[in-house]
Each structure stands twice: as structure tokens, then as C-alpha cells.
Design a protein around this ligand. Sequence first.
Ligand SMILES: Nc1nc2c(ncn2[C@@H]2O[C@H](COP(=O)(O)OP(=O)(O)OP(=O)(O)O)[C@@H](O)[C@H]2O)c(=O)[nH]1
Length: 315
Amino acid sequence: MGEEKKGFFGRLKDGLTKTRDNIVNGIDSVFNGFSAIDEDFYEELEEILIMGDIGVNATNAIIEKLRGQVKENHIKQPSECKEILIQSIKEQMKVGETAYDFEQEQSVILVIGVNGVGKTTSVGKLAGILKDQGRKVLLAAADTFRAAAGEQLTEWANRAGVDIIGGSEGSDPASVIFDAVNAAKARHVDVLLCDTAGRLHNKKNLMEELKKINRIIDKEFPGVHRENLVVLDGTTGQNALQQARDFGEVADLTGIILTKMDGTAKGGIAVAIQSELNIPVKYIGVGETLEDLQKFDSDQFVNALFDIKVSGEEE
Ligand SMILES: Nc1nc2c(ncn2[C@@H]2O[C@H](COP(=O)(O)OP(=O)(O)OP(=O)(O)O)[C@@H](O)[C@H]2O)c(=O)[nH]1
């Protein structure tokens, strides 16, 4: 089957090849290489999970669960542990029901993140997805710091057939948001999607600007459903966790868009994010086209990682 004909699960699976080599092959070699379940066995597993960017806390919780199950079920063979380990990873990723209220309610979605993580691209893709669902979408190009961001977003807006406000380099991001919010009200827009700068003159300015933008939306559009999505680049591994924590200090994060999960060896970060931040990954990006951004499902992710075939998941 040709690459372009693959379904999302197939592309996700392909994208996770390096992560699989990194984590799953290591896990398999431990399961096959050890003849008994002893401390060395657990230590090796632990090391592989941590090296695979799953994170220390999530790894400890996964291993603890495994130990408990091994004891409870009197398991003696390492090979019998694999299924339990997979279940334990899935459980560790549970963050409760992930809500997509913006699909029904009148909403303002602020998309934030450091530069280069894929904010503009994700806003463009989301515009296309929501428009296809029959929603009236407006884009706010408030990344006025990077010259090309406005043009890039305008291209996405044209492709999706949605309107766009702002986009001229050097204009004030907060005033773009002010105009966009008021246009959204006047035009009875269902979803206002706001792209923001990932870099200003320094980090403090960036965070202050975001606080200001937040206040403007609250003041100008009280009662609208708010969503603050932080975009994290999957290839940056553990740094992504810190970025989410930093942005969490200035905005109530309602979800994560995890991009560039195609071709990274650091895909284990998805486990660390959901487990350690307890914020749902709402979308995952596995490439640059519209179809490459999809809703995230942690069970599907773990199945793709471990190459587990599940009926109904189109390859
Ligand atoms: N391979 C891959 N590339 C992606 C994905 N998402 C975004 N990109 C690419 O990442 C690069 C940066 O994306 P942008 O959307 O410009 O990033 P940004 O966060 O808006 O950047 P700033 O405007 O500088 O803050 C672009 O070349 C995108 O095509 C993805 O899921 N996979």
C-alpha cells in the first residue's frame, strides 16, 4: 500500500517507528533475555522506559503497577509480563474524559507555545477540521512577531475557506485579539482560533503578552467557552514538559497539541505528558498535511507504539 493511501493509524504507526525501536525493542529484549523476574529485570525495564522519554514519575508508577500484578498473579516468566506492562502504560496515561466542547459551543481557542513547535500549522489544520464539521470559523493572526506567520496563516485560511483578522507584521498582538474577538461576536462566529507568537523580545514579555490577551478575551467575550491549547513539539522530549509548565503559569491549559510525532525517537513523551501534567493531549500531529492532525486517543497511541492490531483501526 502506498504511503499516501495509509489511514491515520498506519501513519501514526509509521511515525512511531523510531520510538518503537527505542522503547519496544528494548523491552522485548529484556523480556526475552531474562529467565527470571528479579531486581535486575525491573531495573533494565525502568532504564528503557526512562531513556524512552516516558519520564521518571510515570516510569516508577508503571513499574510499581507491574510489580504488584506480578506478585498478585504469581507470574514467574518475564515473557508473561508484556501484556501487563502495556496495560499499565495505558492506565498511566488516563486523564479522564477528554472534552471537545468547542465542537458544539461558541468558543475562543488560544493556541500558545514556543516558536517553531507548529502553532501556525496546527491552527490552520484545526480551522480546516472545524470548518468541515460545519462550524463557522474565524482566525486571529496574533503572531505579529514572525514576519511569515501571518502569510502562512492566510494561506491556511484560504485553503480552509475561513476569514482571518490581523497578520500584519509588527502590529500589536493584543489589539489583533481585541479586533478578532469583536469581529467574532459581530459575525456570529462559532469558533475563533487565535495564533500567537512563540517568541517576543524575551520570555517575560511573551508571558505578559499572553496574560494581556487572556484578559482581553475574558473582558470582551464573557461567558464564551474558552480553550487554551499549548502546542508541544514531540521531538524535544522532556523539554516539552517544562514548556507546558511555564505556559501553565499564565494560562489555564485545557489541552495539548503534540506535533511532529512522525519520525521522532522521543514519542514516549506522550506518556509523560498525560501522566505527569495530567492535561489531555487533544490532538496529535504526524506530518504537515491537514489529515496529519487528529484527535489523540491514548489506547490507540499505545497500540500503534507496540504494533498491536485492533479491529476497526484502519491501517
Ligand atoms: N513533520 C512535521 N512537521 C510539522 C508538524 N506540525 C508542524 N510541522 C512543521 O513545523 C514547522 C514549524 O511550524 P509553524 O507552524 O510555523 O510553527 P510555529 O509554532 O507557528 O512557529 P513560530 O511562528 O515561529 O512561533 C513547519 O515547517 C511545519 O510544517 C508535524 O506534525 N509533523
